[in-house]
Design a protein around this ligand. Structure first.
Ligand code: PMV
Length: 347
């Protein structure tokens, strides 16, 4: 797909700016906000940027254009022109305007974003796509200095509308500090992608669009009686996860990420209305992970706002864990990830 986008830019003779960003898997989840307009999260979060789930976004200025256009290409090849009327797309169209206004330039831009993995299935497609789109827009509108300043880039990415996208700015292991303002709610890299050869195997049990958007979930998170309890313990948990990453303590990391995933899903289930993202496949994979551990193979699960399950293990166990989960009844495929790079300019 990268090649396809690049070929197009040459044949059309138009300058095209291309950025690739990878999705990330949250070890400590972001769930709930204190400011829904500025996308300020209720808690800081930590993630690993993942190599198997990428979005390549291009931005260009076709000469005859009289409006901004956003085009998404799914991994199955389906192309959708996003409507400015749609809630999520509307935020992205506003984001184009925000970046154009900040640049002081004019001109209508066409943005194409292609995912190499299923979109809207709880695989953080908005993280990689919102990050790549923001990067391509900044370059197209001449804001290369903002792109190069990763703190500033993460600030712009946050305003696109997907908080988790903030963490995809960096490679490796990343913390998004909740902050208390637009300026302070930014990401920082804890360790780069070469620090630890962890493997994240994503068991795909669902490729359809999820029932409830994560944005809706953030809005109602604080209706759960367990919301405040989770937030009050999060700073201890963040410290322990950071420590486990720095010391490469896999047992500690695994136990903590599974616990935080379970806590977040309890908050989801007990919010009003109740959100349940799991299906039979989700539970089958979770049971298998437990069975693997009983047999002495260290693997841990974590699940974002969707049914698919991320199974974390160390490199030496990746083959046996992969074998075990790919043969499960509900698993249609497995995406293999290691820690990836942050947002990168491709051209
Ligand atoms: O970035 P959003 O608005 O799609 O929210 C992401 C929420 C989770 O994936 C469930 C957790 C996280 O921190 O990535």
């Amino acid at each position: 797909m990268d090649r396809q986008l690049c070929t197009k830019q040459i044949t059309a003779g138009i300058t095209t700016y291309v950025v690739r960003a990878f999705a990330n898997i949250a070890f400590i989840k972001y769930w709930g906000r204190v400011d829904h307009n500025l996308f300020l999260p209720a808690n800081s979060s930590i993630s690993m940027t993942v190599s198997g789930c990428a979005t390549t976004a291009s931005a260009s200025f076709p000469s005859e254009s009289d409006a901004d256009i956003l085009i998404m290409r799914s991994s199955s090849g389906k192309t959708t022109v996003l409507s400015p009327e749609d809630r999520k797309s509307c935020a992205l169209y506003a984001h184009i305007k925000r970046i154009r206004d900040a640049s002081g330039r004019t001109g209508f831009v066409t943005v194409e974003a292609a995912n190499n993995f299923p979109s809207d299935a709880g695989l953080a497609s908005s993280a990689s796509s919102f990050c790549a789109i923001t990067g391509a827009l900044l370059l197209a509108f001449g804001l290369r200095d903002v792109f190069d300043d990763k703190r500033e880039l993460s600030r712009y990415v946050r305003l696109a509308g997907s908080g988790s996208a903030v963490r995809s700015v960096y490679g490796g292991f990343v913390q998004w500090n909740k902050g208390n303002s637009c300026e302070t709610s930014v990401a920082e890299q804890l360790k780069n992608e070469y620090h630890w050869d962890l493997v994240d195997l994503i068991a795909i049990v669902e490729t359809k669009k999820k029932k409830y958007s994560s944005s809706y979930g953030h809005e109602i998170a604080d209706t759960s009686p367990f919301f405040t309890q989770r937030i009050s313990r999060i700073s201890d948990r963040l410290g322990m996860v950071r420590h486990a990453i720095l010391e490469k303590d896999f047992t500690q990391l695994g136990e903590l990420i599974e616990a935080d995933s379970n806590c977040m899903h309890t908050v989801m289930r007990t919010s009003k209305p109740s959100l349940n993202y799991w299906n039979d496949g989700t539970q089958e994979v979770m049971r298998e992970v437990q069975k693997l551990r009983n047999k002495g193979v260290e693997a841990y699960f974590t699940i974002d706002a969707g049914a698919n399950v991320h199974v974390l293990c160390q490199l030496q166990d990746a083959l046996s864990v992969h074998e075990a989960i790919q043969k499960l009844d509900h698993v249609s495929s497995v995406i293999i990830n290691k820690a990836a790079k942050g947002a990168q300019i491709l051209s």
